[in-house]
Design a protein. Structure first.
Lengths: 243, 305
């Protein structure tokens, strides 16, 4: 279980201080498929980065299975089997897809295992194994390799930051199936940051983050309907057409 | 062979034992063993240090190994090696120089390699430079490479300086005739207070000749690197020059790719970039459980691969 206790994250410049995360208290239970959603700039990615250790909270503590991990480095958290798929994954000159997946796995991956991860994210494995993860790959391809790299790891907590971004419609259905499968096989937690209805729908739980705070949280069936209603009100377009 | 010799030969020429085929091994200023084959003949030069390597026309799938090792401190030498590659030949040439300097004197190997590549011939040349040793004496390597390429000749060169070379000045010139194709891949890593300079002039003289020059380097600590590759288009031709460097610590890098055209159908492009290791790359590998140092090493190794 991951627990954020009174966690805040602020950034300051000469003119002002921005509160990205504002005193959040949050528990993410084991074995759950949790989706974090909410408007852009609300602090979703920051929560993921705080859990992975990429950002450190300005105040508050983070616990993992009752261990205080607030001061642990990214590497130490990775060794506790926490993983994070970037929203915009970096590229690596000279590093092949197979090498990257092997690094994720922790040892050299057999070809067939590599292929199965790539197939799961909709990439023809034979074509990609020995390709370099450099600018010759499209954004969507890099993104799918990023998801495959998370699958290649043995994780207790897998966090995905907008995995749907840049992925074409055909591969998307396959990705949904892959997430469903991962959620089923996984004993521990999956946390997905997403705006995608089809991803939100397969979650066990939804957390809505806005303005650095938890605006709402609950079971998918309950929150999802609420969310749709809320957008209606805010937007005010629905039902007005033709009037 | 002593352990040091074996280790050096492996580092510079991937040799684990005496190679099959033609070879010449030079150690501490003199040739220690050589072997010719029916198609590849190696002869000692009579007027100056060095060898002539004659590759008969049509020779296919053979290789030549000509490593140089220096294990004594204070050796300074200038060696002339000439390669005559016959028409239609297709061979691999592995050179390289390793210095193990455990003394306090400078050890220096200056090699002048001249390639005469015949019509339709194809060569792959691999050259690795490496230095080590617990002494304070400098390891210096100054290679000069001259390449003459006849019609439709193909030449691929991989020139690598792995580590431990205190000072190097590399001079490369190539003249390409009609349809000749040259690919140069230069990989360099400097550390400590090392200095490396690479000057290159590629003259594309023949119609439809082409050249690609890729230079990848990593400069660490207080080291300094200067790249000055020049592609000169004198005919209908294509050339691409690319210099890509990772800079670390207090290192200095100058990259000056120059392109010039003396013909209106010459198409020449250059790219150059210097930058430090991207932070996102480091973070990504740390999320796999690698330490920052391990992540850095993976990125550098990949970049220089």
């Amino acid at each position: 279980m991951i627990e954020l206790k009174n966690v805040s994250f602020k950034v300051s410049n000469e003119k002002e201080t921005l509160e990205i995360i504002d005193n959040i208290n949050l528990k993410i239970d084991d074995g759950k498929f949790t989706v974090i959603t909410g408007p852009n700039g609300g602090g979703k990615s920051t929560i993921a980065k705080l859990i992975m250790g990429i950002e450190k909270p300005t105040s508050g503590r983070i616990y993992y299975n009752s261990q205080d991990i607030t001061d642990l480095s990214i590497t130490e958290r990775a060794k506790l089997k926490i993983g994070y798929a970037f929203q915009q994954p970096p590229r690596f000159k000279g590093l092949t897809v197979r090498e990257l997946l092997s690094l994720a796995h922790g040892s050299k991956l057999p070809v067939d295992e590599c292929c199965s991860y790539l197939t799961n994210v909709g990439l023809c494995s034979k074509e990609y194994l020995n390709r370099e993860v450099d600018t010759s790959l499209s954004g969507g391809e890099v993104k799918r390799i990023e998801i495959a790299s998370i699958m290649a790891r043995d994780l207790d907590v897998a966090i995905f930051d907008e995995p749907e971004a840049g992925i074409d419609l055909w591969s998307f259905s396959m990705l949904i199936e892959t997430f469903k499968k991962m959620a089923k096989e996984r004993k521990k937690s999956m946390v997905l940051i997403s705006h995608q209805e089809r991803i939100i729908k397969i979650a066990d739980e939804i957390i809505v983050i806005a303005d650095g705070k938890i605006r709402d949280r609950g079971e998918t069936s309950e929150i999802f309907t609420k969310l749709l209603g809320e957008f209606d009100e805010n937007c005010g377009f629905r039902g007005k057409a033709g009037k | 062979m002593k352990n040091i010799d074996e280790h050096m030969l492996q580092a510079v020429a991937d040799m684990h034992s005496v190679p099959t085929g033609a070879y010449s091994i030079r150690k501490n200023g003199e040739g220690v063993s050589k072997n010719s084959t029916e198609n590849i003949i190696i002869e000692q030069k009579k007027d100056k240090p060095g060898i002539d390597i004659f590759i008969k026309p049509g020779t296919k799938n053979e290789s030549v190994h000509i490593p140089v090792i220096i294990t004594e401190t204070g050796i300074e030498e200038m060696v002339y090696n000439d390669f005559f590659v016959g028409e239609d030949a297709d061979v691999m040439i592995v050179a390289g120089c390793g210095i193990h300097n455990s003394g306090d004197k400078k050890s220096e190997h200056d090699g002048i390699h001249r390639f005469h590549i015949g019509k339709n011939a194809k060569i792959k040349y691999v050259e690795k430079h490496y230095g080590e040793g617990e002494g304070t004496g400098e390891n210096v390597l100054n290679p000069v490479t001259e390449i003459e390429m006849e019609e439709n000749a193909y030449c691929e060169m991989e020139m690598v300086q792995i580590r431990g070379v205190d000072s190097t000045v590399r001079e490369t010139t190539a003249n390409l005739e009609k349809g000749a194709k040259l690919l140069i891949l230069e990989k360099l890593m400097t550390h400590g207070k090392q200095y490396a300079k690479s000057n290159m002039v590629i003259n594309l003289n023949g119609e439809n000749s082409s050249a690609q020059i890729i230079s990848r380097s990593v400069a660490k600590n207080d080291s300094e690197q200067i790249f000055y590759p020049r592609a000169v288009g004198n005919n209908v031709c294509r050339a691409h020059v690319q210099c890509d460097s990772i800079i670390m610590d207090d290192a200095k890098i100058r990259s000056i790719p120059e392109i010039s055209a003396n013909h209106c159908d010459a198409q020449i492009i250059h790219e150059a970039a210097i930058g430090k290791i991207n932070n996102d790359q480091l973070i990504k590998l740390q999320t796999f459980g690698l330490s920052e140092e391990e992540a850095e090493e993976v990125i550098i190794q990949g970049f220089l691969k």
